[in-house]
Ligand binder design. Structure first.
Ligand code: 5GP
Ligand code: MG
Length: 175
């Protein structure tokens, strides 16, 4: 395909499957006898979330939130707004946020503050990937798939201008 030369494989589908199994195992054990509300951060989370929840052996609800941070296309500006809000009340719920990547941490720390104000019983974060080298705001990640280098990654839900979300593996997009 025409875009192939720009893409360098970083994490293949088997490694992703093993990581999702491991995370699901941890979540199943930590949330035993509970009924969490899983909140996916659109749009990057959707492939990961779909795989993860099918391995969760728990009663659970799912909702989505969409955030926008204005600025350059490839990074957060620091100003985050909710563009599509939750439909489910979260007060008193065990909330598990599912995110594709924590980069500067600005988006997710905004979201965690936003959710905390609504008084969930508990609030945890599950992130597929973490790019700690670029962190500007500390973020506690309770369940983490992979630490990734300071590169722009795509695939398995992650996009570049809405492309590449459908790729089953994770790639570095070379400039
Ligand atoms: P943060 O606010 O942590 O800097 O950025 C979070 C958001 O920026 C992610 O949810 C994602 O949408 C986008 N982002 C950051 N790094 C990458 C990357 O390497 N690849 C892709 N596709 N998106 C990224
Ligand atoms: Mg995201």
């Amino acid at each position: 395909m025409a875009f192939q030369p720009q893409l360098k494989i970083l994490i293949n589908r088997d490694e992703i499957t093993r990581a999702v199994d491991r995370l699901a195992c941890e979540i199943n054990s930590d949330y035993r006898d509970r009924h969490p509300l899983v909140i996916g951060v659109l749009r990057g989370c959707f492939v990961f979330l779909a795989d993860l929840i099918r391995r969760l052996d728990l009663p659970l609800d799912i909702d989505f939130i969409r955030l926008c941070s204005y600025g350059a296309a490839r990074e957060s500006s620091g100003k985050v707004v909710v563009v599509q809000g939750l439909k489910t009340p979260i007060r008193g719920r065990d909330v598990l946020v599912v995110e594709d990547i924590v980069d500067t941490g600005i988006t997710i720390s905004f979201l965690l503050d936003y959710l905390k104000k609504r008084r969930p019983a508990s609030l945890r974060l599950c992130a597929l990937t973490d790019k700690p080298s670029r962190r500007r705001v500390p973020v506690p990640i309770d369940y983490l798939g992979f630490t990734v280098p300071d590169e722009f990654i795509v695939g398995y839900g992650l996009d570049c201008d809405q492309r590449f979300r459908n790729l089953p593996d994770i790639y570095i997009l070379e400039q």
